[in-house]
Design a protein around this ligand. Structure first.
Ligand SMILES: *Cc1c(COP(=O)(O)O)cnc(C)c1O
Length: 244
């Protein structure tokens, strides 16, 4: 039994959780394979990233037992608490906003950070990575729609960020990340994803490491894969409602 956010959680995989996740995972994998077939992409180009935020450890352990090795969390503290007790061969992705004062903590476990949204943060990640001897792969989060409630670089600032990162020794910008449109129009969501892909295609010529597209969640991964997503971040559809 361990303590997360003051809650005692029984650290064991019960059969219910296992069956539930096994079924959901199978359905999701089938759906991903079907979408890939329709849009003529290789299934191996799309990495399913289970978003385990606010999910109990037993579900993470069950997903691990089912073969999943990449998990995404949106809060540094929660990622650390979970990473400390789960198997060490897990690859952790941070997908939520990162404050400067938490970068060192984040780098103690995160191999990937999807939510880099300023040059200041980018520089800080590189500095701490050098100090602590860590290597980290990052995505630049882009605010395609320009909506105020969303974080991320404006398209116009992407060039400058890529230039800054070019000389980095420990931090590699591997791709771009975005959130779908706030509205639930399919057309607008597709438009957002296809714009992210165009940006990646454009800048990949000058920055060949810029390969990945982190886009698509439970409600819109079906739209993101045909537009080129290489990482889809799926929470509730796979793990059920978040519990705390
Ligand atoms: C929570 C979260 C997700 C997953 O959301 P679901 O709708 O549960 O799939 C994906 N990306 C980010 C950045 C998130 O914070």
């Amino acid at each position: 039994m361990i303590n997360i956010h003051g809650k005692l959680i029984f650290y064991c995989v019960d059969n219910m959780a296992f069956e539930f996740l096994s079924e959901n995972l199978k359905n999701l994998q089938t759906s991903i394979a079907e979408i890939c077939r329709k849009c003529q992409r290789e299934v191996s180009e799309v990495t399913l990233l289970p978003v385990t935020k606010r999910q109990p450890l037993e579900k993470l352990q069950a997903l691990y037992d089912l073969g999943e090795r990449h998990f995404a969390e949106n809060r540094v503290q929660e990622m650390l608490e979970k990473a400390e007790v789960l198997p060490k061969d897990l690859v952790w992705h941070l997908i939520g906003p990162l404050q400067s004062n938490k970068v060192r903590h984040a780098l103690s476990y995160a191999s990937y950070i999807h939510s880099v949204d300023s040059i200041k943060l980018l520089n800080r990640i590189e500095r701490i990575a050098q100090e602590d001897g860590k290597e980290v792969k990052v995505f630049l989060q882009i605010n395609i729609t320009g909506e105020e409630q969303k974080s991320g670089f404006a398209e116009a600032d992407l060039d400058a960020a890529l230039k800054v990162a070019e000389s980095f020794l420990k931090t590699t910008v591997v791709g771009l990340m975005t959130m779908g449109a706030v509205s639930d129009s399919e057309e607008e969501t597709k438009e957002v994803f296809s714009k992210l892909r165009e940006l990646r295609d454009k800048w990949q010529i000058e920055y060949p490491e810029l390969k990945q597209l982190s886009m698509g969640m439970s409600g819109d991964y079906q739209l993101a894969i045909p537009e080129g997503a290489t990482y889809i971040r799926v929470g509730s559809l796979l793990l059920g409602n978040r519990e705390y």
